[in-house]
Design a protein around this ligand. Structure first.
Ligand code: AMP
Length: 380
């Protein structure tokens, strides 16, 4: 069987946000057609796709007809229900596989998988009742973080437990959902490795990226991260072995905490291109989106070479609060690229776009991207 999917073929994307949009732009540039599937219309991905299906993920008939019209199905966010992926896989290969999605869309399954395979994770406990939580806090100590096991992202469904009185309040916010209690890590910094594994088992990575979060949401990413060489090597070795062990075909992001003692702990996995890899669109020979396409289509992986040190800053909905951002101010920086996702409504905390700055060093790139973002808010 010819496993290679070549230009002219149609790629199906489950999900319709900015990750799908940048994937679709890469795919269309390479001569593929793109169909997207999500419950919404006029979406960031739909706006740049050949066809936008609007139906619920639970509408398995609609999912089947979507899958019949494409050569391959991939996804751009991991909260797609397992039944949706199963229905799609009756008609087209799904890459990464439903198994990878199943493991990574649920914190507890993900942590169990990682710890069983010997990867370093944050100390955690499974929480099903208030008694479980009381016991777990005694074992793990203060502060700790309670997180819903499923459907959490960007800090949603998380509460910090600082003192005994927080336990009941934190438990009540779960509304009966299964959860995970994690030790709160007083980390030195957060880093990620965005990497890809091809259909034939080849591995490629974009080095170690340094990430700064604000209110649990990624704020700024810088590449390359300036860290001790042994930490960089370790992060890449762990990621390589992880992609192999989980048997992923596609791009995967491994997010780490670097402790004050220089130890790496895995926080989260994302089985898709990731916000911290957006700089690759402008700064690498092959972007993470093209790499995803290459991997899922059975093509050889492209070079991940970094053309220039880069930094990315997210543009959240709050920048729109006082009206349209001052785009001209950002365009005046010749080394800054402006990305806007086409979302129809700007809400607080919603990712509306990002800026990427290229410079001679990662610290200069970081400085530039922050200055350019500040300028967006200077309206006169
Ligand atoms: P998450 O959605 O779990 O990736 O959490 C979003 C962000 O919240 C992380 O990138 C960290 O900045 C912070 N955070 C989450 N869990 C922990 C933890 N166990 N210790 C310290 N900070 C955390």
């Amino acid at each position: 069987m010819n496993r290679t999917i070549l230009p002219g073929a149609t790629i199906g994307v489950l999900g319709s946000g900015q990750l799908g949009r940048m994937f679709a732009i890469a795919a269309r540039r390479m001569g593929y057609r793109v169909h997207t599937f999500s419950p919404d219309s006029d979406t960031p991905t739909g706006q740049v796709s050949d066809y936008e299906y609007n139906a619920s993920y639970d509408d398995l008939e609609a999912v089947s007809s979507f899958a019949k019209g494409v050569s391959i199905v991939t996804f751009e966010f991991e909260n797609v229900p397992t039944a949706t992926v199963e229905a799609a896989s009756q008609y087209a290969p799904v890459r990464p596989s439903g198994m990878v999605l199943h493991t990574t869309q649920h914190r507890l399954r993900e942590k169990k998988f990682l710890s069983k395979a010997g990867f370093p994770v944050v100390p955690y406990r499974h929480i099903c009742s208030i008694e479980d939580l009381q016991r777990a806090v005694e074992e793990i100590g203060y502060p700790s973080v309670l997180k819903t096991a499923g459907f959490g992202y960007d800090g949603k469904g998380q509460s910090k437990i600082r003192v005994k009185e927080d336990i009941v309040i934190a438990y009540e916010t779960l509304g009966g959902q299964e959860a995970v209690l994690e030790a709160f890590i007083d980390f030195e910094c957060e880093v990620s490795v965005v990497a890809a594994r091809s259909l034939y088992g080849d591995f490629a990575h974009y080095g170690v990226i340094k990430n700064e979060h604000h209110n649990h949401i990624l704020d700024v990413s810088v590449s390359p991260a300036t860290l001790a060489p042994e930490i960089i090597k370790q992060a890449i070795d762990i990621s390589c072995s992880l992609l192999e062990t989980i048997d992923v075909v596609g791009v995967m992001c491994v997010e780490f905490f670097v402790t004050k003692q220089g130890k790496l702990l895995i926080n989260e996995l994302a089985p898709r291109p990731h916000n911290s890899g957006h700089f690759t669109f402008d700064a690498c020979l092959t972007s993470q989106f093209e790499q995803q396409l290459r991997a899922v289509c059975g093509l050889p992986l492209g070079s991940t070479e970094l053309l220039k040190p880069a930094a990315m800053a997210n543009l959240l909905g709050e920048i729109w609060q006082a009206g349209e951002p001052n785009w001209m101010a950002a365009y005046r920086f010749p080394n800054v690229k402006v990305h806007v996702y086409g979302k129809l409504e700007a809400r607080r905390g919603r990712k509306m776009g990002h800026l990427t700055a290229l410079a001679d060093s990662s610290s200069e790139a970081e400085q530039l991207v922050r200055i350019a973002r500040n300028k967006l808010e200077e309206r006169n």
